[in-house]
Design a protein around this ligand. Structure first.
Ligand code: FAD
Length: 625
């Protein structure tokens, strides 16, 4: 069964905020700082599951992409992003990303991020796969995320220190968000969370707030091997689905082609060998030393990630091996030390010196291109609920993220959320009584879910494998627990995400971007669009019979009624999960304004609101904060 609400004790404490930001990576901290900057009278509460810098952001190596170099332009960045996205990017979202991008990176520099520069103080820009220009700004050679995180968290601490009581940015660490609180009319009224703290805010509590910004990062932990840290269990996407929001593009998971191979049984977070190493001239070879990317793609070793990951999987199948090699020995020690000190140190810790030895590599789950569906201002389909960063699906990545566009997306769309909030906070509502069915998956199932997803739903997918995965996931859903714990809440979130991902991957009977179906090896024009997932709250635990095309996986594999026909009816895929096909060009049209008075979505950022007061949409009163 798929729960509509996590089984958890009733909130033992309540506090109030104007805006709650969930997550402390580049997206969450930028959202908090920008909201504070635009609305200084506002009370922003930032909650984060573990320590402040425990997300993916600090692990980012290669850098952040923006058209900052001489001769480059947002238009060229747009072209490269659309090419990587394989026909299903939202062009308006990409345009917002590449147009706002250079300014957003300059604001990061103004905030204190020290990007690498040459002796003349000019930014050193590198290239990564899919980029036709050098446009990746980096820091500390290959420690971009650590530097960005350092500067953002320093600014956050300063903003917190200067805050007056009830005004400014408050931070709670070790605070796992569980579920949204909804008002009677379906708008956001706050969220519930579990805090490992002391005093009045220990255990499960509630924050009442009219705006919640989800910035919970990626979903890599759905798979057994990933570059993502342990916190990346996709909590924000699961919570949003349970709250009635739409998620989209979940089948488009990027598998990074070059993750350090640590042996056949390796589990959890694996060290990444950045694409920038190939950008500087390293190349892939098979066990016989043959350069296998040459001739497979015009960009050879710098082809988009899905192309490289698929090529590696082909080579592994052809040669019967379990890894290939990345040869960077020609770069020389000076380049390794100047550009990639962190990666070299990581390799050395496993006994491999990339200066003299090819690095054993294999693909692993790296980036979720899909997530909570938003418009250009970060608004989800639930009024008052926003999402940004890797948790969001803004439409910029399409079927495959272009390298180093994700830090930029986190920055740009977090700023856009702040700009939207500055036009007026949503009205404050009282949480209604919550009748959603509670549930909890046994935490013992986590390893089972991860292995199943790696075996059946990773780089190579097939209808048969996905049907097995769907069936197994249904059985895992029956392994319910009655004991709330962090592990059980994460298991429940992972199970929901895995189920939604498998449902989407099953229905998309084509190969596109990072979604590769062995049984449908070509792209099809019928699938130029998005699979939008919702969790039906009214039919808790039961599939809903709506229309002839609906199918049920409770007792049999998902059947794709629309395969090959060009018709995409709504699909109920069991347990209340519904999947709807939306043609690519319709994306902007089907997002509803989040309140009757909210302005129609357009791509312009509104001017900043009066800094002296916190305006509320639809409400003449200030928040009671
Ligand atoms: C090894 C690696 C290298 C990368 N290199 C690059 C690169 O060079 N360039 C690039 O553009 N991108 C890169 N990426 C991707 C990029 O780092 C991420 O997409 C980006 O940092 C995501 O930022 P975020 O703020 O959305 O999420 P994160 O930085 O992952 O932060 C998520 C936050 O949410 C918190 N959280 C999660 N669940 C909950 C919950 N239930 N309650 C409360 N808090 C919660 C987490 O604790 C964390 O603080 C890389 C990723 C990895 C893993």
């Amino acid at each position: 069964m798929i729960a509509r609400r996590l089984l958890a004790p009733s909130p033992g404490w309540v506090r109030h905020a104007d805006v709650v930001v969930v997550g402390s990576g580049i997206a969450g901290v930028t959202a908090a700082l920008s909201t504070h900057g635009a609305l200084p009278g506002c009370n922003v509460l930032l909650v984060t599951k573990s320590l402040l810098d425990d997300g993916s952001t600090r692990w980012a190596q290669g850098g952040i992409a923006a058209a900052l170099g001489e001769g480059d332009s947002p238009e060229q960045h747009l072209t490269d992003t659309l090419a990587a996205g394989a026909g299903v990017c939202d062009v308006d979202a990409v345009r917002a990303l590449v147009t706002d991008g250079p300014g957003a990176v300059r604001r990061l520099i103004a905030l204190g991020v020290r990007f690498d520069t040459n002796a003349g103080g000019v930014l050193e820009l590198t290239r990564e796969g899919g980029h036709l220009r050098r446009r990746i700004a980096h820091a500390g050679g290959d420690a971009t995320g650590a530097e960005v995180s350092r500067a953002l968290l320093f600014a956050l601490a300063e903003a917190g220190a200067g805050a007056e009581e009830g005004v400014g940015i408050d931070v709670i660490e070790h605070a796992m968000s569980l579920d949204v609180l909804l008002a009677g009319d379906g708008r956001i009224a706050g969220l519930t969370l579990h805090v490992i703290g002391e005093g009045q805010q220990d255990g499960v509590g509630a924050v009442h707030a009219p705006a919640v910004v989800l910035a919970t990062g990626g979903t890599g932990q759905v798979f057994s091997a990933t570059t993502n840290p342990p916190v990346s269990t996709g909590d924000g996407v699961a919570l949003a689905l349970r709250g009635g929001a739409e998620a989209a593009d979940l089948e488009f998971v990027q598998f990074h082609p070059t993750v350090l191979w640590l042996g056949p049984g390796a589990r959890g977070r694996q060290p990444l060998i950045s694409e920038a190493v190939r950008g500087e001239g390293a190349f892939l070879i098979d066990a016989d030393g043959r350069r296998f990317m040459t001739g497979r793609h015009p960009l050879a070793d710098l082809a988009p990630r899905d192309v490289v990951a698929k090529a590696i999987m082909n080579v592994l199948a052809e040669t019967g091996t379990d890894h290939v090699y990345l040869d960077g020995t020609y770069l020389g020690e000076a380049t390794w030390e100047h550009r990639f000190p962190t990666i070299r140190a990581s390799c050395l810790s496993y006994g491999i010196d990339p200066v003299t030895q090819p690095i054993p590599v294999v693909p692993a789950a790296h980036y979720a291109s899909g997530g909570v569906k938003t418009d250009l201002r970060g608004r989800t389909t639930v009024p008052g609920l926003y999402a940004c960063g890797e948790a969001a699906r803004t439409g910029v990545h399409g079927a495959n993220r272009l390298a180093s566009n994700s830090l930029l997306e986190g920055l740009v769309f977090a700023e856009r959320i702040a700009a939207d909030l500055a036009t007026g906070l949503p009205p404050r509502s009282t949480p209604a009584q919550d009748h959603r069915t509670q549930g909890l998956v046994d935490p013992a199932a986590i390893a089972q879910i991860q292995q199943l997803m790696t075996d059946r739903a990773s780089v190579l997918r097939s209808g048969t494998g996905l049907a097995i995965a769907a069936d197994e996931l249904r059985k895992i859903g029956e392994q319910q627990s009655r004991e709330p714990s962090l592990a059980a809440w994460e298991a429940t979130n992972l199970h929901l995400l895995a189920s939604a991902l498998v449902a989407s991957a099953t229905l998309r009977t084509e190969t596109r971007g990072s979604h590769w179906r062995e049984d449908y090896p070509s792209a099809s024009d019928h699938w130029l669009g998005h699979l939008v997932v919702t969790l039906d709250r009214e039919t808790a635990g039961k599939p809903s019979p709506v229309g002839e095309a609906r199918t049920d996986t409770q007792s049999r594999p998902v059947h794709n009624a629309s395969a090959g026909t060009g018709v995409h009816p709504d699909q109920a895929v069991g347990d209340g999960l519904s999947v709807r096909f939306v043609p690519a060009q319709q994306h902007e049209d089907d997002i509803q304004p989040s309140s009757p008075t909210q302005r129609a979505c357009d791509s312009d950022i509104p001017p900043q609101a009066d800094r002296a007061a916190v305006p509320h949409r639809d409400s003449p009163e200030r928040s009671d904060g």
